[in-house]
Design a protein around this ligand. Structure first.
Ligand code: NAD
Ligand code: IPM
Ligand code: MN
Length: 357
């Protein structure tokens, strides 16, 4: 059976790391006899917007809905398109319309990468952020009044539904239960955000009764960010609302030395719609064109995609390959963010060769 993968490089370094993501994907597919059919799309990028005046063609949903997975690079080019226009016109549409309500973001200190936190070694930081991905603070409910006057008012509502919160909590509890430490941490702010967040806490507590094996704690988001830095070893699975999860999933990887390695899986667990795999990072205009972006975030996302498609051994082979290349520490191969003077391509090729065996 062939897996149909929709490939969307997007903008900036998305266009540089995607070829390396595909190189790793194809190496793993060849080694494990997996049949992939790749379809390439230029939309969902600011280049497409400049040409067409919109981020997506009118029939994008039909074009993508039967894919088995979407493999995305990064999107955003604020010089040509305002970020809220490009992001709400692409990635955030995909997450919402394809009901990818879980954003699973591993955070792991890898061999050969130095953490900016003193004395932290591989094994010390190894947790998942489970981010709610379709509602919460990312809502389109609100508006502006009295625009352009001194009385200007802007309102943007947080929307949390019982279905929406319970389903992502269930995913997080199940994940925690499947891991040796069986520990779940909830990100809250129920002291200050006094309607939605106390209710989030209630839903976390209500569900804990169905998972007696899982130990649960919670922290307000302010001290939780501090604890990510001071005690990253405390965490196993961290569940958070959309915005809190967004922040934690940049901070976590920063504690592991670089956000360039961090992957994410935007999952529709029911499989009604395709899930989407992309690095955590964005289009990085500051380094675009230099060929120095770390491709591991894209490559690790390919591994998560293969696992999702039912090929965990192929996903693991990719992870083993980049861990081995990082552990070797050849500075001519590694990108500058992890202490090397190599390029996106030298690192991507070294990983693909290792996957091929
Ligand atoms: P960013 O993630 O693009 O970059 C932040 C910093 O991290 C930059 O200094 C960049 O050089 C560095 N960096 C990022 N990826 C790297 C990699 N692979 N290797 C080495 N260094 C890397 O975040 P930003 O600057 O806030 O956003 C730039 C654009 O990307 C904006 O348009 C933003 O909206 C968009 N964005 C998109 C996504 C996405 O597509 N999922 C995510 C975040 C930001
Ligand atoms: C991410 C990004 C997006 C988000 C932006 C670009 C809208 O930061 O995937 O983490 O906030 O979800
Ligand atoms: Mn983010």
């Amino acid at each position: 059976m062939s897996h149909r993968i929709a490939v969307i490089p997007g903008d900036g370094i998305g266009k540089e790391v995607m070829p390396e993501g595909l190189r790793a994907l194809e190496a793993a597919a060849a080694r494990f006899g997996i049949d992939l059919s790749l379809e390439h799309f230029g939309f969902a990028s600011c280049d497409y917007y400049v040409e067409h005046g919109k981020m997506l063609p009118d029939d994008w949903f039909v074009q993508l809905k039967d894919a088995d997975a979407i493999f995305y690079g990064a999107v955003g080019w604020p010089e040509t398109v305002p970020d809220h226009v490009s992001l709400w016109g692409s990635l955030l549409q995909f997450r919402r319309r394809f009901d990818q309500y879980v954003n699973l973001r591993p955070c792991k200190l890898l061999p050969g990468i130095k953490s900016p936190l003193a004395d932290r070694r591989p094994g010390d930081i190894d947790f998942y952020v489970v981010r709610e991905n379709t509602e919460g603070e990312y809502s389109s409910v609100g508006g502006k009044m009295f625009e352009g006057t001194d009385r200007e008012v802007v309102i943007q509502e947080t929307v949390m539904t019982r279905t929406g919160v319970d389903r992502v909590l269930k995913y997080a509890y199940e994940l925690a239960r499947s891991r040796p430490r069986k520990k779940l941490t909830s990100a809250t702010k129920s002291n200050g955000i006094a309607i939605t967040m106390p209710w989030w806490d209630e839903r976390v507590a209500a569900m804990s009764e169905s998972y007696p094996e899982v130990s649960v704690d919670k922290f307000h988001i302010d001290i939780l960010t501090a604890n990510f830095v001071m005690h990253p070893d405390w965490f196993d699975v961290v569940v958070a609302s959309n915005l809190f999860g967004d922040i934690l999933s940049d901070l976590g990887p920063a504690c592991t030395g670089t956000i360039g390695v961090a992957p994410s899986a935007n999952i529709n667990p029911e499989g009604t719609f395709p899930s989407l795999f992309e690095p955590v990072h964005g289009s990085a205009p500051d380094i675009y064109g230099k060929g120095i972006a770390n491709p591991i975030g894209q490559i690790w996302s390919a591994a998560m995609m293969l696992e999702h498609l039912g090929h965990p051994e192929a996903g693991q082979a990719i992870v083993d390959a980049f861990e081995a290349v990082l552990a070797e520490g050849d500075k001519a191969v590694l990108t500058p963010d992890v202490g090397g003077h190599g390029t996106t391509e030298t690192l991507g090729c070294a990983i693909a060769e290792r996957i091929a065996g």
